[in-house]
Design a protein around this ligand. Sequence first.
Ligand code: 5GP
Length: 116
Amino acid sequence: MAEETIFSKIIRKEIPADILYQDDLVTAFRDINPRAPSHVLIIPNKLIPTVNEVQEADELALGRMFTVAKKIAEQEGIAEDGYRLLVNCNSHGGQEVYHIHMHLVGGRPLGPLLMS
Ligand code: 5GP
């Protein structure tokens, strides 16, 4: 059984976060250290540590992350100019929190894909 991260506490509202959306499958909240004017994390409510642990049974929640990303991009007013969706995996991918999360980043030109 995977170990919980701070994101599980955010889902259960045990610690504060700027939650923009929550349903039975996913939660979306603003990143505490935004790298762009809009920086939102979209996560499954179920703890999946990395993309390597994704299962077919998770496809509904993982698909929901995209429809929620689309809605939030519209709400943030960045849909037309564009934005980036990013999922880091393990150390070479730069993953710091081991609860799968999609970064929704936008509000300025983001430059080439690899920034460091
Ligand atoms: P990773 O590097 O794992 O892809 O991204 C983790 C992200 O989670 C980072 O952008 C970091 O700023 C964000 N983060 C870490 N701890 C917290 C927290 O307690 N609250 C919020 N809102 N974001 C967090």
